[in-house]
Design a protein around this ligand. Structure first.
Ligand code: ATP
Ligand code: MG
Ligand code: MG
Length: 353
């Protein structure tokens, strides 16, 4: 069978390697850490930084197709290996999702609504942008933020004017704080023929900026669910995308949707698919990038996925006492506060699905 290359050996790379193996594919992972979570399941680990030209060339040589498990892969060296082997999702998806300003400009440019925003490059621009947007706002670094890191809420009443410096004096974006009713996400896939399939939207609850639970079905109307799938599909088509994408939304009280951000990869809020759909997001991604037909996204169960963050992983023994939940541990030796250690999904089979 074909060999699949994955840049990044975290838990997403690990779960991709597992899905690939089930379909008979070997996986070669590029990661600086020989003991990365994916190492236990990959056929081989190439040790190197994600932008290491020599390591990337070695990866290209070892694989038939290359993918990645996080969006901060350095663009320039990856573009170079894209001439040697197909890179899916396409490099354009990395460019769009690495920078929150580029991302929002792209979305707005194809008619997709986001929170109102302003690019902010210094303290003065921040002051202007706050006046301009008005009300409560969130200041975020343009690049490298995840799990709510690199963000700061600036309440309308808060007169502090050192927000730009406090965030590290790096290129930033100011977003209007959206009084959303709930957050949802859609994990969708596009294959090489351009066929698109979306899993059902998950309703997501965050704690301290980190995803806590994803519940399916989300408490939204069928119309809102269709709109979310339609938006995800438009993004996929516009990017001439191959693979799985995660699209995060804010849902307002009247069901209106704003896109928060997109992730050009399998997504934490799609982990439930392993427990409640025949073909998971991980298998769907492998199918798409390997040129295979997509699987059905039909859900056979309702479910709730919960992350195990830091010390939460100490619940493992208790969770194993609940014999009907699906537990996934990422094989990370060191427990750190805020670190994603695993997740579990409780399923409620639907009687007449
Ligand atoms: P991820 O780990 O999903 O990549 P991230 O660090 O990129 O997260 P965001 O998704 O931008 O961060 O924000 C994290 C959470 O903060 C959101 O899911 C939402 O709950 C809240 N949030 C972010 N932006 C806004 C906004 N403009 N208005 C209201 N809430 C927001
Ligand atoms: Mg993000
Ligand atoms: Mg997010």
């Amino acid at each position: 069978g074909a060999v699949i290359g994955i840049i990044g050996g975290g838990q997403l790379g690990r779960m991709l390697a597992s899905a690939a193996a089930r379909l008979g594919f070997a996986t070669v992972v590029l990661d600086p850490d020989p003991a990365c979570p994916a190492a236990q399941l990959a056929s081989r680990v190439i040790i190197g930084s994600y932008g290491d030209t020599a390591a990337l060339a070695e990866l290209a040589k070892a694989c038939d197709v290359i993918s990645y498990e996080f969006e901060n892969v350095p663009i320039e060296p990856v573009s170079r290996i894209a001439g040697l082997r197909p890179v899916y999702p396409p490099v354009q998806a990395l460019e769009v999702s690495q920078d929150r300003v580029v991302e929002k400009a792209f979305l707005n440019g194809i008619g997709i609504a986001t929170a109102p925003w302003r690019a902010v490059d210094d303290a003065q621009e921040l002051a202007h942008a706050r006046l301009d947007l008005g009300g409560d706002c969130i200041l975020k670094t343009r690049r490298f933020g995840y799990d709510g890191k690199g963000q700061m809420t600036l309440d309308a009443a808060d007169e502090r004017d050192d927000g730009f410096e406090a965030l590290g004096s790096v290129a930033a974006i100011l977003e209007k704080k959206i009084p959303f009713e709930r957050e949802i996400s859609v994990v969708a896939a596009r294959d090489l023929q351009g066929t698109i399939r979306c899993f059902d939207p998950a309703e997501n609850v965050h704690r301290a900026g980190i995803l806590h639970t994803s519940t399916v079905p989300a408490s939204i109307s069928a119309q809102t669910a269709d709109q979310a799938a339609d938006i995800a599909g438009r993004i996929l088509t516009q990017l001439d995308y191959t693979g799985v994408i995660g699209v995060e939304f804010f849902v307002s009280g009247d069901g209106a949707l704003l896109v928060n951000e997109i992730a050009p990869r399998v997504h934490n809020s799609g982990h439930w698919t392993e427990a409640a759909v025949t073909v998971s997001q991980f298998e769907q991604h492998i199918r798409a990038i390997a040129g295979l037909p997509l699987g059905s996204t039909q859900r056979h169960s309702d479910c709730v996925m919960q992350n195990l963050i830091g010390d939460d992983v100490l619940q493992t023994d208790a969770l194993l006492q609940q014999s009907d939940l699906m537990l996934t541990l990422y094989g990370k030796a060191e427990v750190r506060a805020g670190r994603k250690m695993g997740h579990f999904t409780v399923v409620h089979p639907r009687p007449n699905h």
